[in-house]
Design a protein around this ligand. Structure first.
Ligand code: PMP
Length: 398
């Protein structure tokens, strides 16, 4: 355990809760988190020298696994030329072109540094464009920690997959509504896919009320398809937020959409938005290497194959495994999870037990039942088999 190195005590003395993002503290499963020393492919090694098969993958960004040699080399080369300029660079243009080419609804993008910043900026733009204030979001979806998108009096919350609930809200508040923001496949209450017709209904309600539709594809972007969930489900938002894979494993996120909307941003438009490290040279170098490799459709075939094999192997009468492509959650519940209420009603204690059972066998899954497991191309049949074997041993014990 981290106790031996004293890092956990030192961390807790100088960092709130010992971590720089709450989920890392393992509160949902108990125990003390390990401190990572290094990662390679599908594995991480902790400060004690223990090796874990890692299905967290930094919560989604690492589609080719840890320390991918091409990414490392691109970052190294970029760093030799300087780590930040605060002035335009060629790679920013190349990355913007790559994203516009990939994502169906995006005509222009702006680069930012985190998903929180991307979602917050998209909402600010929607408010500026529509001249309205209110944002409709969905319980159980997460869009970063800006005030409105956590919860304040300028937002209302509806039930995910609950079309009737959205209809009621739009009837009540439609004229005040600047935007509806949604994770097209929810990943922050565990993986919850949209039911047929849900995204289409939300799109229609936006059109009817004059609100903008924002897809938060921070997790799903470049993961479910090169064009994200909007390509997979064939529904086009007005604005899209990207992060995680879009930054190639470095701190970079994106918001983008229709050109007429994006042109409302300063300096040409009146909605102010800015960032000292936006379009950072190391991040754009990593992102370009990753996104260009994602032009090869075989990557998505492989991710689908790995995800499907893991889903099949984790099947058991006590759980419902929900998966879209390479993102998956094991819910200790027999009925499907359609929304946050269902997710919360799963047996979280059993999940915590599974987590620790797997960890003891060197397999690291998300330290919370409200998160996803992420496959990368570095996860092959051997990694699936090791995980399935350890999980089935757990199920067999009852
Ligand atoms: N949106 C979604 C869908 C997310 O999953 C996250 C983070 N997990 C965010 C936004 C916020 O991104 P960041 O942590 O980079 O601020």
């Amino acid at each position: 355990m981290a106790v031996a190195t004293g890092l956990w005590q030192r961390a807790r003395a100088v960092i709130p809760g010992g971590v720089n993002s709450p989920v890392r503290a393992w509160k949902a499963v108990g125990g003390e988190p390990f401190f990572v020393r290094r990662g390679g492919g599908a594995y991480v090694e902790d400060e004690e020298g223990r090796r874990y098969l890692d299905w967290v993958q930094s919560w989604g960004p690492l589609v080719f696994g840890h320390a991918d040699p091409e990414v490392v080399e691109a970052v190294r080369e970029a760093a030799l030329d300087g780590t930040t300029f605060g002035a335009p660079t060629e790679r920013e243009v190349e990355l913007a072109e790559e994203i516009v080419d990939a994502v169906p609804s995006i005509e222009k993008v702006r680069l930012v540094s985190s998903g929180t910043e991307g979602a917050m900026s998209a909402v600010r733009l929607a408010r500026g464009f529509t001249g309205r204030d209110l944002v409709l979001k969905f319980a159980g979806c997460y869009h970063g920690h800006s005030d409105t998108l956590l919860s304040d009096d300028r937002s209302v919350s509806c039930v995910f997959n609950g079309v009737d609930d959205v209809v009621r809200s739009v009837e009540h508040d439609g004229e005040r509504l600047a935007a509806i923001i949604v994770e097209p496949v929810a990943g922050n209450m565990g993986v919850v896919p949209p039911e047929p017709g849900f995204l289409e209904a939300v799109r229609e309600l936006c059109d009817a009320s004059g609100a903008l539709l924002i897809f938060d594809e921070v997790i799903t972007g470049f993961r479910l398809a090169r064009g994200g969930a909007q390509e997979l489900y064939g529904v086009q938002p007005d604005l899209t937020v990207l992060g995680k894979i879009a930054g190639g494993g470095l701190p970079l996120a994106v918001f983008g959409g229709r050109a007429d909307l994006m042109d409302e941003l300063a300096p040409d438009g009146s909605v102010f938005q800015a960032g000292t490290l936006s379009g950072n040279p190391l991040a754009t170098a990593a992102a370009l290497v990753v996104l260009r490799r994602l032009r090869d459709a075989r990557v998505y075939d492989q991710l689908e194959e790995t995800g499907a094999a893991l889903e099949a192997g984790l099947d058991h009468e006590s759980v419902t495994v929900q998966r879209v492509g390479s993102m998956l959650t094991v819910f200790f519940r027999t009925d499907p999870v359609r929304n946050e209420t269902d997710s919360v009603a799963s047996d979280r204690q059993r999940y915590a037990e599974l987590f620790h059972h797997l960890l003891e066998r060197g397999v690291y899954i998300a330290p919370s039942p409200a998160e996803a497991l992420f496959a990368s191309t570095a996860h092959g049949p051997a990694e699936v088999e090791a995980t399935v074997e350890a999980a089935q041993e757990f199920f067999a014990r009852g």
